[in-house]
Design a protein around this ligand. Structure first.
Ligand SMILES: C[S@@+](CC[C@H](N)C(=O)[O-])C[C@H]1O[C@@H](n2cnc3c(N)ncnc32)[C@H](O)[C@@H]1O
Length: 207
């Protein structure tokens, strides 16, 4: 039976501000450095990475609980123990969630756009989040962001360009032409089918 979940949730709903996740305790995979997708939904992107390199460590963070349970179920059924989804609020829980872990990559694939002006504060990329990502990344670690929404991509780029400790791999204020990873998220697949432009940026943690 197809999974039925709400399309959007308000990340400021009090119930969601108080998820209080455990710290990610046990190691996820054999690779000590995690690859994390923020807002993973069905985690198609992480499944594709994990199938190519089952020894890696893959974590999706998602605020819709039904999706989290479904991802973990499918990862077990498929025999991918190194892929896990966590029910958490990206803008509240990240430092506690990953305390003591080393992150090699953060992927932010097609975050919710929240077009209305009154809802723009629900967008996940902001200076606080960017600083947290830097503090969790290993030296040389990466932050990859992609979106088909220009009004979202440009402000995200502005945040990352102004974050100490991040360097744009394509040169300052430059976008990438391609997704450099061997994985395509569901939203990316849909957008590509419709031949819409995609704005992609890749930053590396520098000293
Ligand atoms: C547009 S979907 C993109 C899903 C996937 N990355 C893709 O590209 O197909 C954005 C996802 O981010 C999740 N999300 C939004 N705000 C969040 C938050 N504050 N914490 C955790 N997940 C969040 C949504 O529930 C949704 O599943």
């Amino acid at each position: 039976m197809p999974l039925r979940v709400r399309h959007h949730v308000n990340p400021f709903h009090l119930r969601l501000l108080d998820i209080a996740p455990e710290r990610l305790a046990a190691p996820v995979g054999r690779d000590a450095e995690l690859q994390v997708e923020l807002g993973c939904a069905d985690a198609q992107f992480l499944f594709q990475l994990a199938r190519r390199d089952p020894l890696g460590s893959y974590v999706g963070v998602e605020i819709r609980k039904a999706l989290v349970e479904d991802v973990n179920h499918r990862a077990n059924v498929e025999g991918l123990p190194h892929l896990r989804a966590l029910f958490a609020h990206i803008n509240v829980d990240l430092p506690r969630l990953f305390a003591g872990h080393r992150i090699r990559r953060f992927f932010i694939n097609f975050p919710d756009p929240w077009f209305k002006r009154a809802h723009q504060n629900r967008r996940i990329v902001n200076p606080e989040l960017a600083a947290q990502l830097v503090s969790l990344l290993v030296p040389g670690g990466e932050v990859f962001f992609q979106s088909d929404v220009w009004e979202l991509a440009l402000p995200a780029m502005e945040v990352f360009e102004n974050t100490r400790g991040l360097a744009n791999t394509a040169g300052e204020w430059s976008f990438l032409k391609y997704n450099p990873y061997p994985a395509v998220s569901l939203r990316e697949e849909r957008v590509t089918e419709r031949q819409l432009p995609v704005w992609r940026i890749l930053y590396r943690r520098v000293a």
